[in-house]
Design a protein around this ligand. Structure first.
Ligand SMILES: [Zn+2]
Length: 295
C-alpha cells in the first residue's frame, strides 16, 4: 500500500489526536522529565483510551501527544506492519489525526510506534521510537512493594536483581531472560526495555534516536535520550549474548524469503510441517528481498 492510500482526509468528528490538549501537555511535561533523568520512571495520569489497557495505550498516548500534521508515522507490532495491533492503531490514527502521513518504511518515518521490536534498519538522528510497555519496572521480579522499589532505584540498589541473574547462571548455566532484559541507562537507573528480544538491546546503546517508553496500565513514562550509554546487566566473566540463530550444522540460519543472515528471525511452520525462518521485521525483509532481486 502506498503512503497516500494510508492517509486520511476524512473528518471523523474527533479533535486532533483524540486526547484533549491539557492531557497532551501533561504527557509532554512527563516526557521532558523522563528525558532529563534518563531511565527514571515518571508517573503520569494515563488516560482512558478507546482500547483495552495492555494493547499499547501507553505508547499510543505518547505518540498522540507528539504527532502533528506533516509528521510521518510508522506502527509496528513484533516487527510487522500488518499484525492486528499495528493495523488497529494505524486505523485509529487515521481517524483522529488528519494530515499525519502513515508509512510502512522505517527510513521515511519521523515517529515509529512499536511493540516488541526495534527496526533492523539503523535509525537516524531526528527519528523518535515510541515503545509500548507492559511492565515498566525491572525490580518487580524481586520486590513487590512499589515504594521500596522506588528507594532501591534511587539508591541504585540492584543487588537483588544481580542475585536473580546469578541464580539463573547457577541453575541453567546461562541467563535465561529472552525478553525485557534489564538494562542500565547512563550508569544509574536500570530499566525494563519492554519485551524486545535480547537481539535488540545493543541497539539502544549510544543510539542517535530518542527512545520513549509508555506503560499505560502502570501509568509510567521513561526515556533514553539520544547518544546515551546503555548496558545490559552482565557479569564480567560471562558476556551478554544475543540470539544467534545457529542451526544443527553450526550455520547461521537465513530468512526463507529474503535470504538475510543478519536479522532477527521468527520461527514459522510451513504447510508441509517443516520449520521455516523469516525476518520478524517485515519492512527490512521487503527491502532485503528487493536488493537481492536487483543484484
Ligand atoms: Zn527476510
Amino acid at each position: 500500500m502506498s503512503t497516500e492510500t494510508l492517509n486520511s482526509t476524512k473528518n471523523y468528528g474527533y479533535q486532533f489526536g483524540f486526547i484533549d490538549e491539557y492531557a497532551k501537555k501533561e504527557i509532554r511535561r512527563s516526557l521532558l522529565k523522563a528525558v532529563a533523568i534518563p531511565g527514571y520512571q515518571v508517573p503520569y495520569a494515563s488516560r482512558e483510551m478507546p482500547m483495552a489497557r495492555g494493547f499499547g495505550t501507553g505508547g499510543l498516548q505518547i505518540t498522540l501527544s507528539l504527532v502533528g500534521a506533516g509528521d510521518t508515522l510508522k506502527v509496528i507490532d513484533q516487527g510487522s506492519d500488518n499484525s492486528v495491533n499495528a493495523v488497529n492503531i494505524r486505523k485509529f490514527v487515521t481517524q483522529t489525526c488528519p494530515g499525519v502521513n502513515l508509512t510502512k518504511k522505517t527510513v521515511e518515518a519521523s515517529i515509529i510506534q512499536t511493540r516488541h521490536r526495534i527496526p533492523e534498519i539503523p535509525l537516524k538522528k531526528g527519528q523518535i521510537l515510541v515503545l509500548q510497555v507492559p511492565y515498566p519496572d525491572p525490580l518487580i521480579v524481586v520486590e513487590a512493594n512499589e515504594e521500596k522499589r522506588k528507594i532501591m532505584h534511587g539508591e541504585r540498589d540492584y543487588a537483588r536483581l544481580w542475585v536473580k541473574l546469578y541464580e539463573d547462571m547457577v541453575k541453567f548455566k546461562e541467563i535465561t531472560i529472552s525478553h525485557r532484559y534489564p538494562t542500565c541507562v547512563n550508569h544509574h537507573y536500570v530499566i525494563d526495555p519492554s519485551p524486545i528480544p535480547r537481539f535488540d538491546v545493543p541497539k539502544l546503546n549510544n543510539s542517535p534516536v530518542l527512545h520513549l517508553f509508555g506503560a499505560g496500565r502502570e501509568k509510567k513514562i521513561y526515556a533514553i535520550p539520544p547518544y546515551t550509554q546503555t548496558a545490559p546487566l552482565t557479569f564480567l566473566d560471562i558476556g551478554f549474548r544475543v540470539e544467534d540463530f545457529i542451526d544443527e550444522k553450526g550455520n547461521r540460519r537465513a530468512c526463507s524469503r529474503c535470504g538475510s543472515t543478519d536479522s532477527f528471525l521468527d520461527e514459522l511452520q510451513h504447510k508441509t510441517g517443516e520449520k521455516i525462518y523469516q525476518c520478524s521485521d517485515s519492512d527490512y525483509c521487503r527491502y532485503a528481498e528487493g536488493k537481492r532481486q536487483k543484484d
